[in-house]
Design a protein around this ligand. Structure first.
Ligand SMILES: Cc1cc2nc3c(=O)[nH]c(=O)nc-3n(C[C@H](O)[C@H](O)[C@H](O)COP(=O)(O)O)c2cc1C
Length: 159
């Protein structure tokens, strides 16, 4: 039951790639996340799993809401940027990206992404070293019909 082998096997499950953003006033934050899943259409619910000790988990906890931005095939650099531990904090992390604040909460919607879901947290559950967030979708849209960015076998790739 080795965690390394667990990660290796799980790595064969291909996912899309998102940047989860929060807009806590004066403290914008973005994190690369592939644990995003849609959960329900009545009501509209989604789920993300965030490492409990991470800044993303703390910023979602403070803001009570977030935006999930779906990345396109040409956004591997954006995915890498928001996964680096030494990235700039706050608005500086978004300085050269095109974005607008979500109507509720102000989290960045990345305008060069494929689409987004703006959400309000409805339930949280501790799960090992992660925290699960179930959230109600308040607004969503498709911004582009570009091919999606994928993550599989530890690599960012395309269809
Ligand atoms: C493709 C990819 C997917 C990731 N998915 C998640 C995820 O679902 N949840 C999570 O907590 N971290 C995830 N990470 C790791 C975070 O992006 C990374 O650890 C980040 O530095 C954490 O930042 P934070 O301090 O803002 O939480 C992922 C990283 C990559 C490259």
């Amino acid at each position: 039951m080795s965690p390394t082998r667990f990660r290796q096997v799980a790595g064969h499950f291909a996912t899309g790639v998102t940047v989860l953003t929060t807009g806590y006033p004066g403290e914008l934050h973005g994190t690369t996340v592939n644990s995003f899943v849609t959960v329900s259409t009545d009501p509209l619910l989604v789920l993300v799993s965030l490492v409990t000790e991470g800044r993303a988990r703390m910023s979602v906890g403070r803001a009570d809401g977030f935006v999930v931005n779906i990345l396109g095939a040409d956004q591997a650099e954006t995915a890498r940027r928001f996964a680096r531990s030494d990235r700039p904090t706050g608005a500086a992390a978004f300085a050269d990206l095109r974005w607008r604040p979500a109507a509720e909460g102000g989290a960045p919607i990345l305008l060069d992404g494929i689409g987004y879901f703006a959400c309000t947290v409805t339930e949280t559950a501790p799960a090992g070293d992660h925290t699960l967030y179930i959230a109600a979708v308040r607004d969503f849209d498709l911004l582009s019909d570009a091919e999606p960015l994928l993550f599989v076998r530890s690599r960012l790739t395309t269809c």
